[in-house]
Design a protein around this ligand. Structure first.
Ligand code: ZN
Length: 116
């Protein structure tokens, strides 16, 4: 294992921990909306439901990001980290710096977006 791998692994684990912590903090916000809930305060039920929906969407994104980070750690273990899952080309270092869990090279990632 190279020095770079260790740094990336640390980064990915830190990212995962951060996401998991955020997920825990926001657990209350995702709880089912009930009437006469004291914590809701002056917010109307509609507002509360909207906030809950947003919290749930954020949670889905977090779970997805956690899975991505876990997959990237797995690829590190397999020695496949840094290579695009789709075309097998090396993913640009600058791209991995921004998103260490990126599974695709920029070309495949943008292609996937335009394909929908
Ligand atoms: Zn690719």
């Amino acid at each position: 294992m190279t020095q770079g791998d260790t740094a990336v692994r640390k980064k990915l684990i830190a990212l995962k921990d951060e996401l998991a912590a955020l997920s825990e903090i926001s657990e209350d916000a995702r709880a089912p909306v009930t009437l006469d809930q004291q914590s809701v305060g002056r917010l109307s039920r509609m507002d509360a439901m909207q906030m809950q929906a947003m919290a749930q969407a954020a949670e889905r994104q977090r779970n997805h990001a956690i899975q991505k980070a876990e997959a990237a750690i797995h690829r590190l273990d397999e020695g496949e980290y840094g290579y695009c899952l789709e075309c097998g080309e090396k993913i640009a270092a600058t791209r991995l710096e921004i998103d260490p869990s990126a599974p695709l090279c920029i070309r495949c990632a943008s292609g996937a977006e335009t394909r929908g």
